[in-house]
Design a protein around this ligand. Structure first.
Ligand code: NDP
Length: 242
């Protein structure tokens, strides 16, 4: 039987590349997005152009009922859920001293609450032997100024992943996080000067920005037959950034 995967935040960036890679690996893929229907359609088009099978499902992952519907709709359309990759996320930056509570709340609602909601539905619906993978970030180790809300949210993601791995004992389900370093997507590039981008891209000993495909390959490993013995881990895929 064809295996199925949900990829949240797959209309663009890292999530899109993960969806494309999993489709190439043979999964039927749900491309989740929150706002950008046109870009989600583009992702579906790219997958279908290479012979893959994918559908787009809109759901804001910070909303409990929308996450429930995302999973229910997937089961109705595809029959089962074998892999869940939670890539949707945001990275607004502000120094703590500015006391931007709204930015903090939005970041926590999307990145941490969203992860909690997605992991809860994944735990409930995933088939035995399935794989759950959430996106964290290697920037946790850097503690850069202005990254407070984002780093707090991703530290929470890493905690949730390890707890869920223990809760799913006996079902042969693995739960891991992938923590990229800087990747050339809108989330990273937006609001940065060329100089900042060049500086950050030189921090890793490999001396380049990551590409979405660098991360899609790691997710493909964790979701595929060779990744089954990796569980409750945070895989820092970052070219040596931290
Ligand atoms: P992008 O900004 O390129 O893409 C974000 C994706 O998430 C889009 O598909 C967007 O959908 C979706 N999304 C945003 N908010 C929601 C929401 N509330 N509900 C559902 N979907 C939502 O980000 P990246 O691809 O760069 O980031 C992907 C993940 O990787 C994030 O978790 C990020 O924190 C993490 N990461 C990224 C790094 C980087 O340097 N890029 C480094 C380390 C970690 P829509 O198009 O509809 O808005």
């Amino acid at each position: 039987m064809v295996k199925t995967a949900i990829v949240t935040g797959a209309s663009r960036g890292i999530g899109r590349e993960i969806a494309k890679r999993l489709a190439t690996d043979g999964f039927s893929v749900v491309v989740n997005y929150s706002a950008n229907a046109a870009q989600a359609d583009e992702a579906i088009g790219e997958i279908q152009a290479t012979g893959g099978n994918a559908i787009a499902v809109k759901a804001n992952i910070s909303k409990e009922n929308e996450v429930e519907q995302l999973f229910e709709h997937t089961i109705t359309m595809l029959g089962a859920i074998d892999v869940v990759v939670h890539s949707a996320g945001i990275m607004p930056l502000s120094p703590i001293i500015d006391n931007d509570v709204q930015l903090f709340d939005n970041t926590i609602a999307t990145n941490l609450r969203g992860t909690f909601l997605v992991l809860a539905q994944a735990a409930k619906h995933i088939t035995d032997g399935g794989r759950i993978i959430a996106l964290s970030s290697s920037v946790i180790a850097k503690s850069f100024p202005s990254y407070g809300a984002y780093i707090a949210s991703k530290a929470g993601v890493e905690g949730l992943v390890r707890v869920l791995a223990n809760e799913l004992r006996g079902r042969n389900v693995t739960v891991n996080a992938v923590a990229p370093g800087p990747i050339a997507t809108e989330l990273f590039l937006q609001g940065k000067t060329q100089e900042q981008i060049e500086q950050l891209s030189k921090l890793a000993p490999i001396e380049r920005l990551g590409e979405p495909l660098d991360i899609a390959r790691v997710v493909s490993f964790l979701a595929g037959p060779d990744g089954g013995w990796v569980n409750a881990q945070v895989l820092r895929a970052n070219g040596g950034f931290a």
